[in-house]
Design a protein around this ligand. Sequence first.
Ligand SMILES: Nc1ncnc2c1ncn2[C@@H]1O[C@H](COP(=O)(O)OP(=O)(O)OP(=O)(O)O)[C@@H](O)[C@H]1O
Length: 311
Amino acid sequence: MSNLLEIHNLSVTYGLNGWRVLAVRDLGLTLGEGEKLAIVGESGAGKSTIANTIMGLLGNGAEIQGEIYFKGSQVKQETVSELRGKEIVLIPQNVFNSINPVFSIGEQMEDLQNEANVAPEQRQGRILELLRRVRLPRPESIPDSFSHQLSGGMKQRVLLAMGLSQSPSLIIADEPTKGLDPIRRMGILNLLQQLVKQNRQSLMLITHDIKAAAFLCDTITLIYKGEMMERLPAAHLYENSMHPYSKALMAAAPERGLQVPSQINSEFNHSPVTGCSYAAYCQLFRNSCLEQRPALRQVAPGHWVRCDAVA
Ligand SMILES: Nc1ncnc2c1ncn2[C@@H]1O[C@H](COP(=O)(O)OP(=O)(O)OP(=O)(O)O)[C@@H](O)[C@H]1O
């Protein structure tokens, strides 16, 4: 897997009332083509600062040191606008402020089609196709809608549809499930997973929810106070060799919704009884989550079945 994005020795400080806040310290990370990478940390850890630095969206008060490379070329803050919205899109954290309330969804999506140089006669069809791809109910009704007429989950899907306008290589999703209930949260995570897979895009998921990160991503990078604590494959997250910070985040993660039974461990992964891979387990778990049923039940040591299969 070649690297789509490389960050070397990134440090970011903000000016604050005569002081400087060190938001990111000496960070290095790579994101491969087609890789799904999660940046996980508690509030204030510096996650959004990393995203905003990549996107060139930090204000004048911020000082940046270090280097960012995208597809092998160095990204400068002065020229990053050439990539923004085209090669790299950011699905922002605050869906409520991210859609202009004054213009209809259709008008805003039409502007994006214009920027993507889509011929005027093809724009309506393309907008509908994008709205269908993010599985909005009654997609034909969305272009005439305004932001206040949509639920939080629908807004999130509209933002995703907008982000997909130019077929970006990298989607940065900053807390894409913030404020959503567990079922809608699962819906958005599933959708992101399927979209990036279908389009062979890379994903950087920014979240404080380590279990959502494990569910969706291949690799997890844990950030604490602006510094990287640990980087590990998501499949290793439930093993014992974790950094204490990762364990603390796991303990703090919500118990409902994305809960994965604590027994999921190497015993299960290598169980000769089930022969079920970790990926297959996750799929079963996902399905049972979506159906609002309890996940799996252990009927014998190392032998798991779906609850609905047990009399
Ligand atoms: N514009 C700014 N001016 C001054 N300090 C800032 C600014 N933006 C962020 N910070 C500070 O930088 C640090 C990292 O903030 P950042 O928003 O990147 O964290 P985060 O991990 O994304 O948090 P959250 O999950 O709450 O969004 C925090 O201490 C924050 O107070």
